[in-house]
Structure formats: C-alpha cells, structure tokens
Design a protein around this ligand. Sequence first.
Ligand code: GAR
Length: 197
Amino acid sequence: MSKRVAIFISGGGSNMLKLLESMTGDHPARPCVVLSNDPMARGLELAEARGVPTEVVRHEPFKGDRVAFEHAISGAIAPHAPDIICLAGFMRKLTESFVDPWRGRMLNIHPSLLPKYRGLNTHARALAAGDPVHGCTVHQVTPQLDDGPILGQAQVPVLAEDTADSLAARVLAQEHLLYPAVLRRFAAGDHRPILLR
Ligand code: GAR
C-alpha cells in the first residue's frame, strides 16, 4: 500500500511541487495533505490546483507557545493519516514533543552541506567562508535544528562571480532533484544516502 505523505511549507513551495509531481506511477508514496503556517503561502494554491488537500495552522495566535501550535498541527493533519512528513521550506522550529513521535518518519531539506551552516543565510555564509563547494541536504528530523541522519546531499560548485542569490538559485535547482529522489527511496524503506554531484 502507498505511504501517505504530508508536506509542510511556509512559502513558495517549489520543493513541495517537485515532491507532488514525483509521486505518481510506481512511486511508493502519494501526497495526502499540504500544511502551511502562513495562509498566504503560494504553495497552498499550487497544491490546491493539483487536487491535494491543504491545511493552514497560523503560528501567531499561539504567541510563542510552540507546543500548543504543534498540537494544532497534529490535529490538522490527523484526519489525513500521514505516514511520512516532509518539511519543505517550513520555517518554524519544531520541539521534541512533536518531533519524537515522528522520529524515523520525518524528513527535511536544508540548503547547505550539513553539518555545515545549520540555520539561516546558508548561501552567504558559504560565500563568506570561501567554500569551493556548497549544496543541500535531505535528512531525518531530530529535535536538534538541521540535524539528524543524512539521507542525501547534492553538491554545487561555487563560482567566482557568485552572489548569495545566484548560488541559492543553483542550489535550489539541485534541491528539486534531490528531495524527490530521496523521498522515493525512503518511502520504499531504503535509507542509503544519495549523493548528487
Ligand atoms: C529551500 O531552499 C529550502 O531548502 C529552505 O527554504 C527554501 C524553500 O523554498 N529551507 C530551509 O532553509 C529550512 N532550514 P521552496 O518553498 O521554494 O521549496
């Protein structure tokens, strides 16, 4: 039976779209819901246009009470009965109380070659460090931010003329290849890491 995948977003949803588009044919998973903390997230429209149910749980009303926010998320996704959660540009930190029950069943994509550059502004930090190679990582989610077993990485050469924006665009293009490839494997029970160069 297909695995049911919930995708969490906060914005544009380009990774989400690539994941949705990949889950057809003999893929071992199907999307069951797209959830956003931002009702204006463009990704919501993209999901709805493809017939995928959407849920919005705004974080502001919870005024920093992360656990209460996460309870609301759990309530919103429960009717869709996901087996796997994919964080795809979901820009809220999740606490242990949400992450622990999903351990081994929740993935994230991060725009750096972890363990380098956890957190934000990864492209500017790679440029400032003079790294010759940058990239992105898909990993299992643990309570530590941008940590957890690595399921795949894609490398991108850093060019002399790169700005943070040009580098981000090239990394994003690799994210769009890496995340679907990892999800396909992961949903089939294969946790061997993928390396794209
Ligand atoms: C992607 O680059 C993703 O790696 C990053 O946000 C972007 C979302 O773009 N995620 C993080 O920084 C999480 N730490 P998208 O909405 O177009 O997929």
